[in-house]
Design a protein around this ligand. Structure first.
Ligand SMILES: *Cc1c(COP(=O)(O)O)cnc(C)c1O
Length: 387
């Protein structure tokens, strides 16, 4: 990696600090690409690269040799095109009526999810282009969410000329239970997909997202489409997480109170203080993706010392019992940071505490943190969401 250039966009007024390690994302891409080889490794950067900043993440991945990207919304594809002039960009959510010209103008590839979309793209392509434009077709094999249901798949196989107007570049499907390797759905979907793609012999095939890559070579076909694992989320519970951690979230202490009379903490008075307690109030709350479910449950860390969150998480603030640190040589003071996500509490751990998955933790982080990017194409310090 070339020497990073420091590019400061002015001092941030945001209190708490979200550090995003682009080099770790690059390392994760290389690990997945090596594992998936000879299948091609694409990257899913929908939802602003799971909240971490689609432009910088995509540029980092492109530098690692990634040349195929997936987004969910057409608008995300248009934005990504401005930083990736020549990569293949697929739009998972499909082709809605009257979007054809936007796809074409930005050289985006629709993932066609039903026969109506196939027909429209075919007609549009025949009407405007001499060379057919590329698209993917998605088959449903067990999600019943997006993709051709069984009956439409049968129609398409019987009438391949429905696709005569465009170039079928990719046939894909999506696994429902890939994070649970022993689940019978994995084998069933693999079989159904293998049978379906025999009808499209000269087309690339893709089934696996992050967790699916770890199911083994039979699930990798010609292309894999990881998202979450690039950003440090674990692929399954079977073995220790092989992915590098990407984010570090540090909450700034706004105030420290010594409470030595019986008192309650926070909304609903859900925590009652009996003995003398020192409370630090931190600048992060559920509006910043620190889920309210973590009330009286989650922990913050100073080094490896776990400090319990007491009282309810409110919109902008959490309260942490820091009494354990009494007598420390350097006592905490307002302006200091505690780790909310870091070396001793990763994204998956906090997700488990909050009764959710790492994906939701990442995509909920919000725009109120000072974001610091390290590594990657450049080092950027920005306030709030990246430009
Ligand atoms: C989100 C998504 C992916 C990426 O999934 P991860 O589990 O984050 O790797 C891949 N394919 C489709 C169709 C998706 O919707």
């Amino acid at each position: 990696m070339t020497m990073a250039i420091l590019e400061e966009t002015g001092a941030s007024l945001a209190a708490s600090l979200l550090t995003i390690d682009l080099d770790a994302i690059g390392d994760n891409y290389r690990l997945l690409a090596t594992l998936a080889h000879p299948a091609q490794c694409a990257a899913v950067v929908k939802a602003d690269a799971y909240g971490l900043g689609a432009r910088l993440v995509a540029q980092t991945l492109a530098q690692q040799g990634c040349d195929t990207f997936f987004v969910a919304h057409l608008e995300e594809g248009v934005e990504l095109r401005s930083v990736l002039p020549s990569s293949d960009i697929y739009v998972l959510n499909g082709l809605l009526p009257s979007e054809e010209a936007v796809f074409n103008a930005h050289h985006l590839r629709p993932v066609l999810n039903d026969l109506g979309q196939i027909e429209r793209w075919s007609q549009y392509c025949s009407s405007i282009a001499d060379t057919p434009l590329p698209a993917a077709v998605q088959m449903d094999t067990g999600m019943a969410r997006l993709g051709l249901p069984l009956s439409e798949k049968a129609t398409l196989i019987a009438q391949p000329d429905l696709m005569s107007g465009f170039e079928l570049a990719l046939v894909m499907s999506h696994l429902a239970c890939a994070d649970t390797p022993e689940h019978p759905m994995n084998q069933a979907q693999q079989c159904e997909f293998s049978t379906a793609i025999k009808h499209f012999p000269n087309t690339q095939a893709s089934l696996a997202a992050s967790s699916g890559i770890f199911l083994g070579p039979d699930w990798r076909f010609d292309m894999v489409r990881p998202g979450a694992c690039l950003y440090g989320v674990k692929p399954n519970d079977l073995s220790p997480n092989p992915m590098a951690q990407v984010i570090n979230l540090q909450g700034k202490i706004l105030q420290i109170q010594n409470v030595d009379t019986p008192r309650t903490v926070g909304y609903g008075a859900t925590h009652r203080i009996g003995k003398s307690t020192r409370i630090a109030t931190i600048a992060a709350g559920y509006a910043d993706g620190f889920l309210r479910f973590l009330s009286n449950l989650g922990t913050a860390h100073v080094g490896e010392i776990a400090l319990p969150i007491i009282g309810r998480v409110s919109m902008d603030l959490i309260t942490v019992d820091i009494s354990k640190l009494d007598g420390a040589t350097t006592p905490l003071r307002p302006g200091d940071f505690v780790d909310l996500i870091g070396p001793h509490q990763d994204v998956d751990t906090i997700a488990a505490d909050a009764g959710t998955i790492g994906y939701e933790i990442l995509t909920s982080l919000g725009n109120r943190y000072q974001r610091r990017y390290i590594g990657g194409p450049t080092v950027k310090i920005t306030t709030g969401a990246p430009a």
